[in-house]
Structures are given as C-alpha cells and as structure tokens.
Ligand binder design. Sequence first.
Ligand code: G3P
Length: 217
Amino acid sequence: MKFFIDSANIDEIREAASLGILDGVTTNPSLVAKEGKNFRQLLDQILEIVDGPVSAEVVSTDADGIKKEARELAAIHENIVVKVPLIREGLKAVRTLTDEGIRTNVTLCFSPTQALLAAKAGATYVSPFIGRLDDVSQDGMELIEQIVTIYSNYDYRTEVLAASIRHPLHVLQAAMIGADVATIPFKIINQMFKHPLTERGLEQFLDDWKNNEAKLV
Ligand code: G3P
C-alpha cells in the first residue's frame, strides 16, 4: 500500500518524508487556503521535499477551464498529478488529459458508479472520501470495498486512493480491502506509530539494561 500525506503544510510534509514511509502528497484547495501562502511557491517546496506524486487541484468547473488549469499545473513538474472533481465536466476533461499523458486524481467520489465513470474516463487515481460518508451515516469503507471489487472485476488500472481518513482504523480497513493508496493526515500518521505496549516494553528493557550496568559494545 502506498502512503501519501494529505497536507499542504511544509513542516508536516518534511517530517513525514523524513520517516522514510512517504510515497506522495495530496493537497486540496481548503488545505492550501489554510496555509495562507502562494500556491505555486508551496507546490515548488513540496516538490523539492517529496519525489513522488503530488496532487494539485483545479478550481474551474467547466471542461475547458479544467483542461487549461490542468495543463498549467502538469507543466510545473513531472510529479504533479492533477486533481479534478468528479463532475460531468471534470470527467470530460479527464478523458482528454489522459489522452495527453497528464495524470489525474478524480476527487470527491462518494459512490461506486461515480468511481466506475472515473475509471472509464481513464483517471490515474480515484479518491473516495471515507470520513465524509461516515459523517452522514453512510459506511465509507463499504464504498472502498465496492470500488476495489469493480476495478478488479474489469482490470481497470485506475488506482483506489482512500481519502478523508480520520483515524488509524480507516487505514487498516482500507489496507485489508486492498486500496492501492491511503492519503493520511499528519496527525494520523503519528497515531499509527503508537502502542502502549511498545512504550511500556521499551521502558522496561531500558530500565533492566541500566540496572544491569551492561555495555552494548
Ligand atoms: O484531500 C481530500 C480529503 O482527504 C479530505 O479529507 O478530512 O477534509 O474530509 P477531509
């Protein structure tokens, strides 16, 4: 499973990259707005830190506007993946962009039939939003399961990118189902390291070692 960080915060991205477990980055307009920085400069910094796919989202909602923005974003760097909303105009644009060799991440996916359309349009990634479905009493993980099954039935090459992850169990369940990628907020990456038995066990090992006055080398 590939791990992306869902963030536009440079400190978080740098720290996650230093862990040696990071394959890419996803951003969205809200995450970028939160940083209050120039988008282009932010992207340049992210691209310098992470050598992997970096999703940058368009803000146009008509196919021509989406294509124009997508071409501009893709021209910045070969690692840019253009994030396009899962709307009719978005998928129209995705077909053209795919034919031009521009990689896309079709975002705001909330149903398996939307995901089927994204694959038909040739999307590189589809981003089902787990947490936002859970928020409205729909099972986000069931959507991941449905998409993974559909894509495997027909050998679609579109990768399932589990998004809107709210806790480590979301990562676990997405991994069990076989999602290709999880895009994870920094806070949750940190939570994944933690287990009280690891902390207690290490404390005990180090205490015993100190009491024994042994030397490692
Ligand atoms: O970046 C897309 C997605 O991961 C957003 O997550 O927590 O705002 O629903 P969230």
